[in-house]
Ligand binder design. Structure first.
Ligand code: GSH
Length: 213
């Protein structure tokens, strides 16, 4: 059955892989599933045809036969549940990997997005100089907890899983801020994720779209 995802016609990051279609592409590549991409403009994302797929008018979406999904967590979980490479077979290990998926999206991504918002979207506000250090320090505290848990491990819980895929994906959003470099263990973890052939293919595919003439 054909799988079709949506992605930005032109990503605001110019192809750095920070748009969330990259994590879905990565999961599909890890699972060895071919997929098609429908590119959407910012305007088209807010129109009825796309809103029927995604109530919040965002990318990515995922279509597979009659199934339409939005939210990258749900999409990656769906892919992982049907293909062995992304979730362990042991029931408890599987539950822990899913826990890390939620942790990535619910506990680690929000303070990262707060920093991105403070730097990029509120950077010119008079109160930003005062607020930014508070936001950065809250994030540092969270990253420190994650770094402690990761320790010397390659991945968060045994072998690479969908939990790592989402955690690396959300941590990548930190790179433009330079904050990731304050945590060498996490920077190495992200680099391990990026080195995976499946990630490389996903990254190259989105880059090709964003650098096409
Ligand atoms: N929680 C959603 C977030 C989706 C999201 O924020 N998508 C961004 C692109 S990475 C988007 O479409 N932004 C444009 C907009 O919100 O208008 C998910 O994980 O899928």
């Amino acid at each position: 059955m054909t799988i079709t995802i949506t992605a930005f016609e032109r990503s605001p990051d110019g192809g750095q892989g920070l748009a969330r279609d990259t994590r879905v592409r990565w999961a599909l590549e890890e699972a060895g599933l071919p997929y098609e991409v429908r590119l959407v403009s910012f305007q088209a994302m807010k129109e009825a045809a796309h809103l029927a797929l995604h109530p919040f008018g965002q990318i990515p979406t995922y279509e597979e036969g009659d199934l339409v999904l939005f939210e990258t967590g749900a999409i990656v979980l769906h892919i992982a549940e049907h293909h062995p490479s992304l979730l362990p077979a042991d029931a408890n290990a599987r539950a822990r990997a899913v826990t890390w998926m939620f942790a990535a999206l619910n506990t680690v991504e929000p303070p990262i997005l707060e920093l991105v918002t403070a730097r990029l979207f509120e950077g010119d506000r008079p109160w930003t100089a005062e607020r930014l250090p508070l936001v950065a320090d809250r994030l540092r505290a969270r990253l420190n907890q994650l770094a402690v848990r990761l320790g010397d491990g390659d991945w968060l819980d045994g072998g690479f899983s969908a939990g790592d895929l989402l955690m690396v994906s959300v941590l990548l959003r930190l790179r433009p801020s330079g904050l990731l470099n304050e945590f060498p263990g996490l920077a190495a973890y992200v680099a391990r994720g990026e080195a995976r052939p499946a990630y490389q293919r996903a990254f190259a595919a989105q880059l090709a779209i964003n650098t096409a003439p």
